[in-house]
Each structure stands twice: as C-alpha cells, then as structure tokens.
Write a protein that binds this ligand. Structure first.
Ligand SMILES: Nc1ncnc2c1ncn2[C@@H]1O[C@H](COP(=O)(O)OP(=O)(O)OP(=O)(O)O)[C@@H](O)[C@H]1O
Ligand SMILES: [Mg+2]
Length: 193
C-alpha cells in the first residue's frame, strides 16, 4: 500500500489515535511528490543548488535502475538568475537523457564553480551517443543544451567514450549586463524559455 492509500485509511479511521499516523503518511507522500513536481526544466524561484538537489532526488525516483550522484560545488555567492536557469536547464536535459536513453547504471553530475566560470559535466557509463544521432537525429534536449552553451559563446562538448557519454560545458560567471553587447545580442536572439 502506498503512502496516500495508507493516509486515506488512517485519517478515515474511527480511531482518532490513527489520524496522526495518517498525517505522517501524507507528509511522506508530499516529500516524494515535490521533487517530481519540480522535475521539469524550470528552476523557478529556487537557487541553482536547491533546484539541482531536488532534481537529483527526482532522478533517483524516476530512473530507479540508475544511481545518480550530483556533486555540487557552487560557493556562497549568488549566481545571476538567468545563468542559474540556463545551467539548470542544461543539466536537466543532459541528466534526463542519461536516465532515459543511456542504459547506464551510474550517472555523475558535476557543477563546479571556479574563479570566473562554472563548469558542468554529466558523465554516464552507458551505451554512448552515436555520431549519427548526435549530429542528425537530435531533438529538443541536445538542441537546447547546444543553444544554451552557444548563448554564452561556449560549446556543448559531447564525447562517446569506451563506456558511456561525457558531456561538458563551461559557463562564464560574468554578469550578462557586463558582457559585450555582441554577446548579449546573441543571448537575446537564442534565449530559451
Ligand atoms: N546519455 C545518452 N546516452 C545514450 N544516448 C543518448 C544520450 N543522450 C541522448 N541520447 C540519444 O540522443 C538522442 C537525442 O537526444 P535529445 O535529448 O535531443 O532527444 P530526446 O531525448 O529523444 O527527446 P526530447 O529531449 O525532445 O524529449 C536520444 O533520442 C538518444 O537516442
Ligand atoms: Mg532528451
């Protein structure tokens, strides 16, 4: 019986002592559902760290044959919201792809802040993305990841290795408002909602 069914039974019981147990079951159900609700490419009002942590939990629930390990080293300083949203969307598509397509049993996600950059890597030990697929048969996920990286004048590097796929991108920490106009123009024309 799942938590919601248990909660319904306990909260509907004539024995009032069981009501508190019912509420505990409801709390458990809510805790399980929240990461799934948050499991879309929108970061919303959350910080990058909060969003990635709950997305990591959601991946573990959604892809239960794969161990997802999120290693986040983001420092204490606020990351510009537009950059945070873009990095979140990038990791979202790459990790979802690893969960859905790679047949990996392990996916490691690194999001690491250096002095002037944030480096993102998503590494799985699955079957790898073939050249033909990544060049011609991509859809929304790979398109979005490349588009986001290009909007920061960077590149989404996709490598098929002997056991799996490595995806990397490096994002400049510089605020968009401080970027040269030519870069902000590129960003405006390629913005991902
Ligand atoms: N980590 C991976 N391992 C193996 N194959 C992958 C991986 N990531 C992507 N692929 C392959 O690349 C294809 C394109 O990925 P992409 O994210 O663009 O599209 P999709 O996931 O099929 O659909 P969408 O993202 O639009 O829901 C996938 O269909 C899959 O065949
Ligand atoms: Mg995809």
């Amino acid at each position: 019986m799942n938590d919601i069914e248990k909660a319904k039974k306990l909260c509907g019981s004539f024995n009032v002592n069981e009501h508190a147990d019912g509420l505990v079951c409801l709390d458990n159900a809510i805790n399980n559902i929240i990461p799934i609700i948050h499991g879309n490419a929108a970061l919303g009002e959350r910080s990058l760290k909060q969003g990635l942590q709950s997305f990591g939990t959601a991946c573990l629930i959604e892809f239960n044959n794969t161990v997802f390990n999120f290693s986040l080293s983001l420092g204490d300083k606020e990351i510009e919201p537009a950059l945070a949203r873009d990095i979140y969307a990038f990791v979202f598509h790459a990790a979802q792809n690893a969960g859905k397509h790679s047949k990996a049993d392990r996916v490691n996600v690194f999001v690491e802040r250096a002095r002037d950059t944030i480096e993102v890597s998503i590494i799985d030990n699955g079957q790898g993305i073939g050249w033909y697929i990544r060049t011609f048969k991509y859809r929304f996920g790979l398109y979005t990841m490349r588009d986001i990286a290009a909007s920061y004048n960077g590149r989404c590097k996709i490598q098929k290795v002997s056991k799996g796929t490595i995806i990397n991108a490096v994002f400049p920490l510089k605020l968009k408002s401080e970027m040269p106009k030519v870069v902000t123009d590129i960003f405006q024309s390629t913005k991902v909602s």
